[in-house]
Design a protein around this ligand. Structure first.
Ligand code: ATP
Ligand code: MG
Length: 571
């Protein structure tokens, strides 16, 4: 391709809302164009990268036996009603009606559509297993679209769905896909980690995320120094937290009773009041839980004074669609006493959960559900249905697997694989006939890659202060030839010759044949991030061109004879 003919609107302007390098550079280098919050046009360069990334994904999936399909983007709301998600999904689901008042949604994910496809066309265990996928636009009306392609409202996703006759076969495919996804991200040149992830209300350990390690990542990961344990903080676990160490006979001992504790509505104040480590205090965190059909409920979560509530875990424990904040007035209206709440003696009908690490603990201090009073010497009774994992693992906590030290790191979620079971096949009545002629619901797995987000993730990991640095399998072109001064006939001709030679050798090459000055051409090369540049300039008289490796801007002189073979070897 010739630069002079391509639409590459590079710019020096930094968009005011752009803070991440990937967002800034993709806009400035003319890869994408903003059209509105979370909406982007892909310009010729951006489309090339998107197609290359997509091709890697498709190649690996096809080779793994997955079959590509293409489902309707506009989805009948009826299917979403059948699964029960029409209500549950919240405002990210864009709902609308056609001229005949039929309701539809713009697919944010396609479980219902895929189950509907399969329930109509697969009847027997002999047709299983089956893995169908598509690479297609998704729409989610994200509350805070930001960071460019990282969190768009319209974005490109690879979404796969596998259908099996039993759990065991589904798990086999889950492990298989972990390996395939890992291959895809490795080919794209990413430094990533596979971590345990939140499985929502379904629970269990059947969900893993692929996280590109980057400071700018929106997800907090918990990793272990001693072993390969890694988990999203939403799902991370730890060895039970140990309390402070006391000398023999120095441990706090309390005789049970109520204590007048004015002005101790915070854990800090309470710890100060009793001169005790917050480990011995019980913290109450109140939330409003939202359920189907607009039902709301106040829910209390009890955790140690030195822990923090992990909202996703809490939401799962409460079986809610979402947790939101609750005001002091609302708590008082429900008969509660903010600052002095405990799980003993709560008003009738208040739902509560207790962190599982508190099970069986004694010598605790907790609110007495009475203004200015706490209960001391509390012993946690065995209320098995109340216990759940509610707390956020903290840096320095111990690994449950090896006892090593846990610490935080940041990641960008680029893929997610999930053991789904019969969550959708059952409500949608999608069954097959097993070996004995008995109808059984399909056991499913689901898999997703953020294809457009990958562009941002690659740049977050591969850039410098000058611009993008694409990896081999993601670059829009492998080589850019920069003719220093096209008005010099010999330079122009040498550039053209090299261009033809590389094209003939099958190299994706861009020829900067513009009449621009050399400086701006170099800045564009640096900004765009094509892996190799060849400068045809002053040294041509000596039969030499300059080869630049964009990563590190390493320059080397190469003779006209050797430049093509050298490039062929590198790309
Ligand atoms: P997140 O936690 O980042 O909101 P998610 O867990 O809701 O993502 P999934 O439903 O697992 O997303 O979707 C599969 C993949 O699609 C994700 O791993 C991510 O790479 C990508 N993705 C999800 N939401 C967006 C978005 N708003 N913009 C771009 N890519 C997205
Ligand atoms: Mg996810």
């Amino acid at each position: 391709m010739r630069f002079s003919r391509l639409l590459i609107p590079t710019s020096k302007e930094v968009p005011s809302d752009a803070v991440l390098p990937s967002h800034i550079y993709l806009l400035r280098a003319g890869y994408i164009q903003s059209v509105g919050a979370g909406l982007y046009n892909f310009l010729p360069l951006g489309k090339r990268v998107l197609d290359r990334v997509r091709a890697v994904v498709k190649e690996e999936l096809d080779r793994a036996g997955c079959q590509e399909v293409d489902l309707a983007f506009v989805t009948p709301a009826e299917l979403w009603r059948e699964s029960g998600r029409f209500e549950k999904y919240g405002k990210e689901l864009l709902r609308f009606k056609d001229r005949k008042e039929n309701e539809f949604v713009l697919g944010p994910t396609h479980e219902e559509m895929m189950v509907n496809l399969v329930r109509q066309s697969v009847k027997s265990y002999k047709q299983l297993p089956l893995h169908l996928y598509q690479i297609k636009t998704k729409f989610r009306d994200e509350i805070r679209p930001r960071f460019g392609l990282m969190r768009g409202r319209e974005f490109l996703m690879e979404d796969g769905y596998s259908f099996h006759k039993d759990e065991e076969d589904m798990k086999r495919e889950f492990d298989h896909m972990e390996a395939i996804y890992s291959r895809i991200f490795t080919r794209l040149g990413l430094d990533f980690r596979v971590v345990e992830a939140d499985s929502g209300a379904i629970g269990g350990s059947g969900s893993k995320e692929f996280m590109v390690l980057a400071e700018s990542g929106e997800d907090t990961l918990v990793v272990c120094d001693g072993c390969d344990y890694g988990a999203n903080i939403e799902a991370a676990t730890r060895a039970p937290k140990e309390g402070p160490r006391y000398e023999e006979g120095e441990e706090p001992v309390m005789s049970p009773g109520e204590f007048h504790t004015p002005g101790t509505t915070t854990i800090e104040a309470l710890a100060e009041f009793f001169r005790l480590d917050p480990h011995h205090l019980v913290k109450a965190v109140a939330k409003k839980a939202l359920y189907d059909e607009g039902r709301e409920e106040i829910v209390l979560f009890f955790i140690r004074g030195n822990d923090e509530l992990e909202e996703t875990k809490a939401c799962n424990a409460a079986g809610a669609n979402e947790l939101t904040e609750v005001t002091e007035e609302e708590l008082r209206a429900a008969g509660l006493t903010p600052g002095y709440m405990g799980f003993e003696g709560l008003p009738e009908g208040i739902h509560y959960y207790i962190d599982r690490e508190l099970r069986g603990e004694a010598n605790l201090i907790m609110g007495a559900n009475k203004e200015e009073y706490h209960r001391v010497g509390v012993q946690v009774p065995d209320l098995s249905e109340r216990f759940a994992d509610l707390v956020a693992v903290q840096e320095g906590d111990r690994c449950a697997r090896c006892g090593g030290t846990l610490r935080y790191t940041k990641g960008i979620e680029v893929g997610h694989i999930f053991q789904l079971g019969t969550r959708y096949s059952e409500p949608l009545g999608a069954t097959f006939l097993d070996e004995n002629g008995k109808a059984r619901p399909f056991v499913m797995g689901t898999y997703g890659i953020g294809v457009s987000r990958l562009l941002a993730a690659i740049i977050e990991q591969h850039h410098d202060e000058r611009g993008c640095i694409w990896t081999r399998e993601s670059a829009p072109f492998a080589v850019e030839i920069i003719v220093s001064n096209v008005k010099k006939e010999e330079e122009r001709e040498a550039g053209e010759r090299l261009y033809r030679q590389l094209l003939e050798a099958g190299v994706e090459v861009l020829l900067d044949d513009r009449t621009e000055r050399f400086g701006p051409k170099m800045s564009d090369f640096e900004l765009m991030g094509i892996p190799y540049g060849v400068v045809v300039g002053k040294k041509l008289a000596e039969g030499t061109v300059e080869l630049i490796t964009r990563d590190g801007m390493v320059r080397e002189d190469r003779s006209l004879e050797e430049i093509v073979p050298v490039l062929l070897e590198r790309v």
